[in-house]
Design a protein around this ligand. Structure first.
Ligand code: SF4
Ligand code: SF4
Length: 201
């Protein structure tokens, strides 16, 4: 190749390279200013759990332990106790006196959510779980249970004609590509939907 053709080739390569560089200068930046701005999740994202309630504040969990049996990572501990007329925590006979999830063991597969007959345990789009101690990743009811005012649905005890087969269908609501449904299916996902902190960039 002559010197003249070599120089032409190098200039052409330079122009092509700079064209690529300049074309990115005018594209929307993919960088998210986290933590000021949270990235929107995929609709079916599986994050940290929450334990739900009914609209009257009763806990949905009936301490049946099906979630613990379904969990392939042995991450869930449930110890049930009997409800009493003076202290009724859930519809039916039992409630979860102790409910814990070791979020470090969890692989966020969602099998607990699918196994639960009352739509009590669900995975939210929440993902922030950094801490300094391993013990801090064992989430108990104080961190899992939603506040009483965040309950949804009528408890089966108060529904006519017994317990219906479908008690809420959160799993189905989340099994969609609709990003809004994915966020609104859970209390903490709903909060996260338009969550921004500090100055948004
Ligand atoms: S998401 Fe999967 S691994 Fe995590 S607690 Fe539920 S069943 Fe277990
Ligand atoms: S969360 Fe659901 S599956 Fe697990 S113990 Fe409670 S009612 Fe049963």
């Amino acid at each position: 190749m002559s010197d003249h053709r070599k120089n032409l080739f190098n200039v052409g390569a330079l122009v092509r390279g700079l064209t690529t560089t300049f074309s990115y200068m005018f594209k929307k930046k993919p960088t998210v200013q986290y933590p000021s701005v949270m990235k929107q999740h995929a609709p079916r994202f599986h994050g940290l759990h929450e334990l739900r309630r009914y609209a009257d504040g009763k806990e949905r969990c009936i301490g049946c332990e099906l979630c613990a049996i379904a969990c392939q990572a042995n991450a869930i501990t449930v110890i049930g106790a009997e409800n009493s007329p003076e202290d009724r925590r859930s519809p039916g006979e039992r409630f979860a006196a102790r409910y814990e999830i070791d979020e470090l063991r969890c692989i966020f597969c969602g099998l607990c959510e699918e196994a639960c007959p009352t739509d009590a345990i669900v995975l939210t789009p929440r993902f922030e779980m950094a801490d300094y101690r391993r013990g801090a990743f064992v989430y108990a009811k104080d961190r899992l249970l939603v506040p009483p005012e965040a309950g949804v649905g009528t408890p089966p005890d108060e529904r006519p004609n017994g317990i219906p087969a479908d008690l809420g269908g959160v799993f189905r609501a989340k099994d969609t590509v609709d990003i809004t449904a994915g966020y609104e299916a859970t209390h903490r996902g709903h909060i996260l939907k338009d969550h921004t902190r500090g100055g948004a960039a």
